[in-house]
Ligand binder design. Sequence first.
Ligand code: UT7
Length: 332
Amino acid sequence: MPQLRAAITGIHGYVPDYVLTNDELATMVETNDEWITSRTGIKERHILKGENQGTSVMATKAIEGLLEKTNTDPANIDLIICATVTPDLVFPATANIIANNIGAVNSFSYDLQAACSGFMYALNTGAKFIESGTYKKVVIIGADKMSSIVDYTDRTTCIIFGDGAGAVLLEPTEDENGIMDAILKSDGSGEKHLHQKAGGSRRPASTETLENKEHFVYQEGSAVFKFAVTNMADVSEEVMKRNNLTGDDISFLVPHQANKRIIDATARRMGVGEEKVMLNIQKYGNTTNGTIPLCLHDYENQLKKGDNLIFAAFGGGFTWGATWVKWAYDPK
Ligand code: UT7
């Protein structure tokens, strides 16, 4: 019997309208366009403005576009997994809110949290539900409103992050395309370098946590940078080697968009030229769980059936991983 695989059969992304440029950031903190561009590759990022606007707002828009493009009835969705570090509420899961918004009345849904690697973890988790033969339509969404946990007086973090969402549809296939292989890793000793101090059960919100600005992203940038460069490249190389893939076999590297210098180093190690690297960090910054699906959304028209893609991510936890995907459809 042919092996049942999970194929990505549709992709859609959404970013909010408001564009926060490097020049505007330079009016808020001591920084400038030249520094941000040369150190990160970022020129602007999108921000979700307005009262009571959570991550689910962007996720819902991304999934609505996905359902329209793929002509999918929401009642036929079996499962929705939302990868996010900025859920609308501590509970219930943002995925439940999204399912209700789109009318996915027959699905079950839950959130998955693996920081910037969350979308990749969720993609592989969803693929297993398909490969088991139990489920036929699984939506994986990566979405974050990073502006809700960024301190806009801290120049070392506020320049990096942006808001956005991307969603893919996974369906079963028996041909040689789909999610082929993955290596996923984590190392909790990385906590000290990248975390949010308060708001969880260890340090619930209090006057003190608010005064100390403990509800924002804390990042030791250069330490994280070193781990990201090494680990993202290692794991990408490993997944290629064990599947006998060389740089020539790869159509695109689809990297988490945290810093252009990390992306360049990963591509060099894989032997992949820059023309084969998906890049949109200049427009969106680091949208955490949104980066990989937003890349696929932007490059969808350049992808052909059978193209070999390597997804690569690194984030808080630490978490990291690489996934080999054979693209399952031609441009429509
Ligand atoms: O997505 C999750 C995982 N996250 C990552 O992968 C992020 C990894 N880290 C990075 O991307 C980089 O470390 C940053 C972009 C965060 C920082 O770049 P860097 O080249 O590592 O800079 P640095 O932290 O070593 O700082 C160099 C200098 C410092 O000044 P001194 O001490 O040399 O005088 C900083 O104070 O640059 C200064 N600096 C800035 N200057 C202008 C830091 N931020 C800024 C800024 N504008 N926004």
